[in-house]
Design a protein around this ligand. Structure first.
Ligand code: 5GP
Ligand code: ZN
Length: 119
């Protein structure tokens, strides 16, 4: 399924739910988390509705590679200090026991001075 009408992140992609955008292109979107745990906390998502990493296929390798290689650049853009003194954390929850609450694949990118609310 490329779009799920009940999915909040699909609604964010469509602009039906507002978000503070960090980055956008044809395939992906990055926006600030509504309940940040860290001074910098945004989410990177594919625009296509992929429920979690469990549904990825070989065809998604380039997309996932682009997301992962873009994350460090966006982290710096959003105020993370450079590696190694600064840095950032990536987190991707998958499934109920993996702690996933929104079932549209997303990578959390977190950073900034500690302490953080969580993690
Ligand atoms: P998960 O637990 O699924 O890995 O994380 C879902 C994340 O989405 C949470 O950190 C939560 O704060 C964020 N979130 C949930 N609903 C919205 C929303 O409507 N807008 C934004 N910007 N973030 C959301
Ligand atoms: Zn979705």
């Amino acid at each position: 399924m490329s779009h799920d009408p009940h999915c909040i992140f699909c609604k964010i992609v469509e602009g039906k739910i507002p978000s503070r955008k960090v980055y956008e292109d044809d395939e992906m979107l990055a926006f600030h988390d509504i309940a940040p745990w860290a001074p910098v906390h945004f989410l990177m998502i594919p625009k296509r509705h992929i429920p979690s990493m469990a549904q990825l296929t070989a065809d998604d390798a380039a997309l996932m590679g682009r997301m992962l290689t873009l994350a460090p650049q966006l982290a710096l853009q959003e105020g993370c200090k450079p590696y190694p003194e600064g840095g950032f954390r990536l987190l991707c929850n998958n499934g109920q026991e993996g702690g996933q609450e929104v079932h549209h694949l997303h990578i959390h990118v977190m950073g900034g001075p500690r302490p953080w609310l969580k993690g």
